[in-house]
Design a protein around this ligand. Sequence first.
Ligand code: E4P
Length: 214
Amino acid sequence: MELFIDTADIQQIREVNDMGIIDGVTTNPTLVAKSGRKFKDVLLEICDLVSGPVSAEVVSTDCDGMMKEAVEYAGLRPNVIVKIPLTPEGIKATNQCTKQDIKTNVTLCFSPTQALLAAKAGATYVSPFVGRIDDHSGDGMEVVADIVSIYERYGYKTKVLAASIRHPLHVLEALRLGAHVATCPYKVLMQLAHHPLTDIGLAKFLEDWKSVSP
Ligand code: E4P
């Protein structure tokens, strides 16, 4: 399974990139707003830092507007993936992107039947929002499981990108279910890198070493 980082914070991206653990980056308008920087500046910096796919989200709500943004973003760098919301207009735009060989990440997916439409329109990725489904008493991972098995059964090529990941157990479940990608906030990636028993074990080793070291 590929791991993406879900952020527009360059420092965070640099840090996990140096660890060699990320395969790509997802951003959204909220994350870019948090960075306090101009969207295109951030996008170009991320694309030059990371060789894997970088999702850049359109903010138009009609197909023509989305396509204008999609063509512009896709022309900026070869690793840009155009992120498009899962609305009827968004599906239309996804279909047009597919015909123009523009890679897409269809976002804000909350059900397996929405994911079916994304696949039929030729989306490169579909992003079920696991945490937000859980927030509303749904089972986000069940939605991921359904999408994975439906795509497998019918041979759809769209990759399942588990998004809105809130904690390490979401990552574990995504792995077990065969999701192609999980996009995680920096905090979750750091949680994956830490275990209290590792810290306790290391402290003990270093303490014991003091008795034999000169
Ligand atoms: C995915 O691409 C989204 O940017 C993201 O995962 C949304 O996560 P949130 O529900 O924590 O905002």
